[in-house]
Design a protein around this ligand. Sequence first.
Ligand code: BES
Ligand code: MG
Ligand code: ZN
Length: 490
Amino acid sequence: MEIRGTDTPRLDWSGDALAVGLFENALELTGDLTQLNEKLAGTLQELIDETEFKGSAGSIAVTRVGAGSSIRKIMVVGLGKPEALNLDTVRRATAAIARSAKQQKIKTLGISLPVVQDDPARTAQAIAEGIILTLHVDNRFKSEPEDKGAKLEQVELLGLGGQEAAINRTKMIADGVILARELVAAPANTVTPVSLAQTAQEIASQCGMTVEILEQEDCEKLGMGAFLGVAKASELPPKFIHLTYKPEGTPHRKVAIVGKGLTFDSGGLNIKGAGSGIETMKMDMGGAAATLGAAKAIGQLKPDVEVHFISAATENMISGRAMHPGDILTASNGKTIEVNNTDAEGRLTLADALVFAEKLGVDAIVDLATLTGACVIALGNDIAGMWGTDDTLATQLKAASESAGEKLWQMPMEEKYFEGMKSPIADMKNTGPRAGGSITAALFLKQFVKETPWVHLDIAGPVWADKEDGCNNAGATGFPVRTLVNWVLN
Ligand code: BES
Ligand code: MG
Ligand code: ZN
């Protein structure tokens, strides 16, 4: 499928289907749309009238145009209220167009949507994201796919001629999002700590990055007792992944992205019970998937920022070697942890990963983790929780997430709640009371970052979607690869 910008006026465009964006309650055809309607023998107006099209955001209607016309179908897509127009409106409108075009087996599609905030490059990016990400289908595990994907061969973005660079950048970002989706969607008997390390190595060789995989013995030497405590029960070797992107010139900043990489979370001896969603716990490497997805995008985009991509990858399993509830682990910064719940394993693996990241002397650390069910209870499935020790960094991530259309909500780092994590025998326990469970998890992580500006994103909700929404299809979303890329690039 080819996507390109064109300056061909919509009146002159020819192809299978032309999609035109219309604002809510501003459906009176004016200007070139009056001419387009005349050219189509009144079909555009009829479509609006007959479907009672109102222009609400994401709504869509399509009809056949009479023979002899230069287009076969005309689509109208709702943009909502003009004052609320933003990049996500355009991305969502495009998602609706892409789904309809797929259903209609369209081969050549023209999309005419307004330019947002006088920024044709970002508008072209949002539209291209809408197309590529909506149409991505994952048939890797189907012997005979029912959904064979879209027939689209060519998409032209009207009014966006000359935006090739933006469209190319979007392809690189989408590559990263799709990698993250496919890593999360793949089951735990396919995506393992070993395969994640291999994926990191592939990205490194494709994009000219360096990669270091620390084996169990290396982690032992570094004193990563928290990570290794979790890894103990698994039959699979743990892999500590450190992938580095260095720009050619002098980097203008140096950052680390750290992702929770539990390729399966059974809960350990505090095993997850029936109804706990244990069968969905292949997604517990969503942080690592987004980290590698961001690496794949950034390795192609080549910004002048040094980026370290880190994940302590393992599984949380049970066996005779499993860590016992009550065990005391010593993390690589010397702090001791009484494991009062083996199911709070993500924070144990992250503890050592954060200590490792800080030792690199970076200017900022962002971690991403499917850390707590409590965060999903607080914010639902669409919004990630954000905790931070640095307002500037939190503001940067908030801005990056807004233009990506990936939602974050800043949560309180309420120090007082750390009282609930006090242990009579060790420096801390790994879990506190049920109330405020996502906050105590963030406070736990904070014990492992001394002074580097740091933000933690709890992505347990948005890594997975139960149904399609915007450019997400049901299943793995690739959240928050686009936010991370925006953050690194800006
Ligand atoms: N991986 C889970 C969190 C999770 C829950 C991710 C739902 C995605 C969807 C994490 O390791 C976990 O088990 N957390 C426990 C913590 C508790 C024991 C304090 C939880 O949230 O129940
Ligand atoms: Mg767990
Ligand atoms: Zn987990």
